[in-house]
Design a protein around this ligand. Structure first.
Ligand code: PEP
Ligand code: MG
Length: 529
């Protein structure tokens, strides 16, 4: 049945599930534990599955390792039957509620019923995991990385949460509820006031230097939010979301329409289409991704694209075609060195030649940029800058790779430190190389949306900032307060410091010197560990 509906490759997944259910040794172990040892059936199913999955994951063959996910999926279904519990459908909630999950993948988050999701409480992940980034973009308050929190929360209990400071309160008293509701209203008022105070059009520092402020988007529904927040363009379109939550690859036409829609809506403002960054924490079920042992160091972004030029070229064709109708530029993620950049550019040239032969229109002068988010790329920015029209620093990954802190691992989230002196130096080196080559150096990681860092980033030489639209009003207001001269002095001062603690203390002191309160990201909203 599934094979008929989904086709051989996808229906085959269910065949694998059925085989697992028929596995004799698994069945025998189950029966023995329940009948002979008189253990609770749900407990036995759960612990046996975990035990089998552990063994499967320890095998080197990736195909076998991948079957562990199938086993856990089947187990989940069996447990729901045993417990007589319905599997919740996050796409269509019956009433407004806070979703509590042990894990929530970015692909699950991308299909959330936004109108009924009041908040997210998730055991795994951290502030810069893509689930958190998406929650922020969709303006859903979220608290991430709570370890075993979900084991203490039962279905249907009252919860209050504050995503700005990362607090979850179970069974809140009336007083606590009122306090949280007041906080929510205050946040909304502040945000509205900021929106009104900052005028549309180019954003300038106090001493008159233009600093373009742009929006990051994952889904086309974020375009109206971005325009409302006065975005001067889309600085990062995470196109990989087009590949998630579907049974087949998006066609060239589907992709073309998606890029075209955004390019037209923004025209003449720039739209930076980032080629797909699949892998890491974003997996497309229809592309055969055997999960790597270390997915953040694995088959991700341009590494995947260069291995699958058939898929990559379709995307590049769609992007190039969309360039006729707007101000479109193409950006490559996870570039780690010059060879890689030259290779992806060569594929782009091939695609351009193909389109020329087919007499399909595209902008022949389309600008091409590289994300700078791998430390080896920072060391090579002098060479990379000769091959790019722009740089965009991806601090989410740059911090993860330079400090060796997996950005989705809640156990080490406290070590993830944007103010680390090594990170600030790398931003400085990248900006210096861009300036020497005469190209702009933007920054599109979550740091761009945190007002605490605005002044120092400008002082380090970053020329534009791109962030979730929700952060734009506060950052635009912040830029108009900053003088570039003072910002440079602040950058010089903190570059001499050797610890994140000293740097953060100095940034806070400067930030609070005129009565502002330092907090992470957009005030009173967003995701926080
Ligand atoms: C980054 O790494 O900073 C970035 C903007 O890209 P992503 O968060 O999608 O990895
Ligand atoms: Mg990145």
């Amino acid at each position: 049945m599934a094979v008929k509906e989904l086709g051989e490759s996808h229906g085959g997944i269910f065949h694998a599930h059925l085989l697992l259910l028929d596995d004799l040794s698994l069945r025998n172990d189950l029966v023995a534990a329940v009948v002979d040892k008189r253990l609770n059936a749900e407990h036995v199913v759960h612990s046996l599955a975990e035990q089998y999955a552990r063994t499967m994951r320890s095998v080197t063959d990736p195909m076998f390792r991948e079957r562990a996910a199938d086993l856990l999926d089947v187990t989940d279904r069996i447990l729901h039957h045993l417990l007589d519990a319905e599997r919740p459908n996050l796409k269509q909630l019956q009433h407004p509620c806070i979703i509590v999950a042990h894990d929530l993948s970015p692909s699950d988050a991308a299909t959330l019923d936004v109108d009924h999701t009041l908040g997210l409480v998730v055991d795994s992940g951290s502030v810069t995991s893509h689930t958190a980034i998406l929650a922020r973009a969709l303006e859903i308050p979220a608290v991430m990385g709570l370890s075993l929190m979900t084991t203490h929360i039962e279905n249907g209990v009252d919860i209050a949460l504050d995503g700005s400071v990362g607090i979850v309160v179970l069974h809140p008293t009336k007083g606590t509820r009122d306090k949280f509701l007041q906080g929510k209203h205050l946040f909304e008022e502040q945000r509205e006031a900021l929106r009104k105070a900052v005028e549309a059009g180019p954003c300038r520092t106090r001493d008159g230097v233009e600093v373009p402020t742009l929006a990051n988007i994952e889904l086309p529904i974020e375009v109206p939010h971005s325009l409302k927040a006065n975005a001067e363009g889309i600085g990062l379109y995470r196109t990989e979301y087009l590949f998630l939550n579907r049974d087949s690859l998006p066609t060239e036409e589907e992709q073309y329409q998606a890029y075209l829609e955004v390019a037209r809506a923004l025209k003449p403002k720039p739209v930076t289409l980032r080629t797909m960054d699949l892998g890491g924490d974003k997996f497309a079920s229809h592309v055969h991704f055997a999960r790597d042992e270390n997915p953040q160091l694995g088959w991700r972004a341009v590494r995947f694209c260069l291995a699958r030029p058939d898929i990559f070229k379709v995307q590049l064709r769609a992007m190039l075609r969309a360039s006729t109708e707007g101000n479109v530029e193409i950006m490559f993620p996870m570039i780690s060195g010059l060879e890689e950049l030259l290779q992806v550019k060569a594929v782009l040239e091939e695609v351009k030649e193909e389109l020329k032969r087919e007499k399909v229109a595209f902008d022949p002068n389309i600008r091409v940029g590289s994300m700078i988010e791998v430390p080896s790329a920072v060391a090579l920015t002098d060479a990379l800058s000769q091959e790019c029209d722009f740089f965009s620093i991806g601090t989410n990954d740059l911090i993860q790779y330079s400090l060796a802190v997996d950005r989705v691992n809640e156990k080490i989230a406290h070590l993830y430190e944007p103010a680390h002196p090594a990170v600030l130096r790398m931003i400085k080196w990248t900006a210096n190389a861009a300036r020497a080559a005469g190209i702009p150096c933007g920054l599109c990681g979550e740091m761009a949306g945190d007002p605490l860092y605005t002044e120092v980033l400008l002082g380090l030489g970053v020329t534009s900032l791109s962030m979730s639209a929700v952060g734009l009003p506060a950052i635009r207001a912040e830029i108009s307060r900053v003088s570039l001269e003072e910002a440079r002095a602040l950058a010089r001062e903190v570059l001499k410091m050797h610890t994140a603690r000293e740097i953060k203390a100095r940034l806070r002191e400067k930030f609070e010197s005129d009565g502002r309160l330092a907090g992470y990201a957009t005030p009173l909203h967003g995701a926080k560990t």
